[in-house]
Design a protein around this ligand. Structure first.
Ligand SMILES: C[S@@+](CC[C@H](N)C(=O)[O-])C[C@H]1O[C@@H](n2cnc3c(N)ncnc32)[C@H](O)[C@@H]1O
Length: 274
């Protein structure tokens, strides 16, 4: 059992430490999905080389978290569930690291286990309460919820780890055909569109019908796969829709806040545990 202080983990009779190791992923299907993701995380997360649209979303998510922390009790411990492999605070917590919050990252990846600038729990979320002697004030699930195999276990762990007046923040990308297609088309056609540039205008007019047709076909294939429960990739366990996400999160607790990030498929939720 570890006690969490502002700047370390302390075990009974042990020395304070900046990181601890708890239970790692043993299930081979989960392990396989983790192995499939690591290259992308090394490229993007570790080097912080995200596309501009992702950086914008991370900033939007940070603002969403900040607003709800401000409306709640301002301070306390924040556990970022599935924080990734970066040695630095994630972009969705960059400004908040100078606040009264104590950031703790948790991830089953062993990469950079010892050299992170924040407190780090190297382990999986499920069963974490067996290793920590106190509850946390806030939980963050930033694009990590769809990486858990068993969502009931996640729900049970949230209840055990989060204080009754705490909040769990979720950032989840949904897969509804309309949401995905609007997001893809707006970025594909209009990300750098300049209406007063004649070459820009002409090339967008020519590209638009082809892009719309391509989007129609690819979204149709995705929709059929989702209906037949065929995975869309080899990274995720779940592909939420607006409805299934709201259904699941309402079963975790009361919805204290929700925001759809503009021109994206990203939904942010703040949940108060039941
Ligand atoms: C898409 S990444 C998100 C990384 C980071 N939160 C971000 O938004 O940039 C999903 C993360 O969930 C983590 N994850 C997968 N299974 C997990 C589990 N059982 N417990 C905790 N984290 C898990 C993965 O290791 C991975 O780092």
């Amino acid at each position: 059992m570890y006690k969490i202080t502002d700047n370390s983990f302390v075990s009974s009779g042990g020395n304070p430490s900046k990181y601890i190791i708890t239970d790692l992923i043993e299930n081979t299907i989960q392990q396989e999905k983790q192995n499939n993701s690591i290259l992308e995380y090394e490229e993007r997360h570790e080097k912080e080389e995200h596309p501009a649209k992702i950086i914008n979303l991370m900033d939007e998510f940070q603002q969403f978290i900040a607003l709800h922390v401000l409306l709640n009790n301002h301070e306390g411990a924040v556990l970022d569930v599935g924080c990734g492999i970066s040695t630095k605070h994630p972009l969705y917590f960059k400004a908040l690291k100078n606040s009264n919050l104590t950031y703790i990252g948790l991830d089953p990846f062993e990469k950079n286990q010892t050299n992170r600038e924040y407190l780090f729990i190297n382990g999986k979320f499920e069963g974490l309460h067996k290793h920590i002697d106190s509850k946390v004030d806030y939980l963050i699930f930033s694009t990590s919820l769809d990486h858990f195999e068993n969502l009931e276990e996640v729900k049970n762990e949230i209840v055990k780890i989060l204080k009754p007046n705490g909040l769990a923040f979720f950032w989840v990308g949904v897969h509804d055909a309309n949401v995905i297609s609007r997001w893809r088309l707006s970025y594909g056609l209009f990300e750098n569109f300049n209406v007063l540039s004649i070459p820009d205008l002409l090339s967008t007019l020519i590209k638009a019908p082809l892009r719309i047709l391509y989007t129609f076909l690819s979204i149709l294939i995705r929709t059929i796969k989702l209906k037949k429960k065929i995975p869309l990739d080899n990274l995720h366990f779940h592909y939420f829709t607006e409805e299934s996400l709201e259904f699941y999160l309402s079963s975790v607790g009361e919805i204290a806040g929700v925001k759809k990030a503009p021109l994206s498929n990203s939904f942010f939720y703040a949940i108060k545990p039941h």
